[in-house]
Design a protein around this ligand. Sequence first.
Ligand code: TXA
Ligand code: MG
Length: 355
Amino acid sequence: MDTKVYKIEHAKDGFAPADLEKIKECGEIIKRGGLVAFPTETVYGLGGDALNGSSSGKIYAAKGRPSDNPLIVHICDIASLEKITEDIPEYAYVLAEKFWPGPLTMILKASDAVPRKTTGGLDTVAVRMPDDDIALAFIKASGGYIAAPSANLSGKPSPTSAGYVLEDMDGRIDAVIDGGENVIGLESTIIDLAGDKIQVLRPGFITNEMLSDALGISVETDPALLDPSCSERPKAPGMRYRHYAPKGDVIPVKGDPDKVFGHISEGLAEAGRKGLKTGVICCAENAAKYDADVVRHAGSLDDAEAAAHIFYTALRDMDDEEVNVIFVENFTEEGFGEALWNRLLKSAGSKWEEA
Ligand code: TXA
Ligand code: MG
């Protein structure tokens, strides 16, 4: 299959007529049961008709993803919640009003309108309204319900540009909408409103503090995510596997910044002696000080947003450069930093070194 690329400009004051035509064409592809990758504010999604089980089947096949790992349904207005969910708690409306459109996914009870292929067999459904004008227009043009996982091959880092989508998906999907680079670069926060306990199943840009403030209750993260030795399994099926992983060995290093610098420098020297190709992901301040083959840097150690923005790109670059061992400095774990640390741990197979 030839994957068509539709380049569309973000538009504050309405889309250009030619872009509107492209959005319409992409909507038609979805209605015919095809797949179109599209930008959101977090990462690129691999979209299909969420209400058509055969489209969801095609998504799993294109990604090489186990079909028991459910998809997020993307909508373009709050009213669309009613068709696909049941027993919507008041909390859901509070969060939707406050954070939608935005990087928050809610798990709710699914209605019969949602094929169980889309929910990976579960009776709950993940729903989000992305904060991206192209995504919203595309969802609307497609009939209002787009199932979309991140548009990477299963196990690869989520794509943060159309070019990265094509690296994984060229020839496997009908089209990709190129809307430039994603603003955030890390997947949405997932909150479970359907389980026994309101809980964050995947940390993201919308932090526990923001959620707690909005709901007036204390919201915490699924404990299985942050403690690899925890006996419980993560509640989001997708958080159970090693994901987001480059081919090289990822080694996060924790501790006092000076010690971390020393520890990584020694690790690089040792890896170099073994003839390994080395990489570092670090704060801007230290970038020039490391003797590594590939260095990717962003902001300061307390700037999780800057680090999250380059994280997946950096991992993909490390693969392109065939780096064998990748050291990563410890950016803040506070606020949005919790999400970065979570993805970093997953890319490292849940291990880190203490400096
Ligand atoms: O930012 C995002 O959320 C991106 C963009 C494209 O919107 N999407 C994304 O989708 O990250 P994906 O498929 O890569 O991750 C969805 C996660 C998986 O871990 C999946 O197991 C979980 O959401 N999930 C989906 N439905 C669920 C459900 N009903 N109950 C529990 N977890 C669910
Ligand atoms: Mg994903």
